[in-house]
Design a protein around this ligand. Structure first.
Ligand code: AMP
Length: 318
């Protein structure tokens, strides 16, 4: 049986289904998990389906989340989307469910679900949900189509990234054809931002350190976030604005997250492979888009050094 059939049959079998995704949710994690719930409910209105995880006010436009309750472990199916390893699952323990499924597009890290569909050539988890729907009897809704479109657009950074493929375009065009969504009308909710964020972006551009080897970095302090009136999540989101700069191969932002007493680290690359380096710091991600949570500024300096060396190696190869 192929992965589509296996997943569809398993969904059909369970009356209660919980859908989870990774901590620090981004639009793809939210879109894929929320739309999968809506699609299952659209197909099987009598099932009980919950999408769980910590809500993010910034991405409210992607829909509402459900509260997880202990009794949901009982006799239910868990589907985890967009999450390669157990420790990054937000809010639930996969081993306590009757059965679990992973649907993920990250490079493989570990097996934690009873059944795993991993496609690290897929642009996004949202793209995998679109594929699953078109290969099974699951029924799309217009709202779910809009969310999935936004998940794909967000994770590919508007079809810019290298893992945007012909399959991405084929699935997206089929999605638009079937659901008649006004896709250009969705960009305002995704990209409208306050002017203070642009000012902060300008500050970062003016003040980031750029090494001779092509590593750009900036240590964002709490005081700076306060001065500009932005939060650490906003700082992380600005990372994608620094692509395609001639002098820069890898760029990284460090921002202090007071609530967890860690340094949230976002790394992007347009050449050197960075996820392996991130894994040395309890982090990970994709080959050109990774993240980590660092303990202190000593670790920050050590990561900067490793990334700078990777830039030098890359520079010597091209
Ligand atoms: P971000 O910079 O937070 O947008 O994350 C970029 C990529 O790295 C995403 O695929 C994340 O899932 C992954 N990532 C971010 N933070 C971590 C972390 N602490 N550990 C493992 N992977 C991470």
């Amino acid at each position: 049986m192929n992965q589509y059939k296996t997943i569809y049959k398993t969904i059909k079998k369970f009356n209660t289904i919980v859908i989870a995704r990774h901590v620090g949710a981004d639009p793809d994690a939210l879109a894929s998990s929320i739309s999968l719930r809506d699609i299952i409910l659209n197909t099987f209105p009598h099932k009980k389906v919950y999408t769980v995880g910590t809500p993010t006010s910034k991405f409210r436009y992607l829909g509402i989340l459900d509260k997880f309750k202990e009794e949901l472990y009982e006799n239910s199916l868990l589907i985890v989307v967009d999450t390669p390893d157990r420790k990054r699952i937000d809010g639930v323990d996969p081993s306590r469910f009757k059965f679990s499924i992973k649907i993920d597009h990250h490079p493989f890290i570990e097996k934690y679900a009873d059944y795993e569909w991993i496609d690290d050539t897929a642009s996004s988890a949202s793209q995998m949900i679109v594929e699953l729907v078109f290969k099974t009897k699951l029924i799309l809704s217009k709202e779910a189509s809009e969310k999935l479109y936004m998940g794909i657009v967000a994770d590919t950074d508007r079809f810019l990234h290298r893992y945007t493929t012909m399959k991405t375009f084929l699935l997206v065009s089929k999605l638009i054809k079937k659901s008649h969504i006004d896709f250009t009308g969705l960009y305002e909710s995704m990209y409208l931002r306050p002017f203070k964020e642009i000012k902060f972006q300008g500050f970062l551009a003016n003040n980031m350190t750029v090494t001779e080897n092509g590593l750009a970095y900036f240590k964002i302090t709490e005081d700076l976030l306060k001065e500009f009136g932005v939060d650490s999540a906003t700082a992380g989101n600005l990372i994608s604005q620094f692509n395609f700069i001639e002098e820069i191969y890898v760029w990284v932002f460090f921002s202090v997250d007071a609530s967890s007493e860690t340094i949230k680290t976002s790394i992007r690359s347009r050449g050197p492979i960075i996820n392996e380096i991130a894994s040395h710091y309890n982090g990970g991600g994709h080959i050109y888009a990774s993240g980590a949570r660092l303990r202190d500024f000593e670790q920050v300096d050590s990561l900067i050094q490793e990334l700078d060396e990777a830039c030098l190696k890359y520079k010597e190869q091209i």
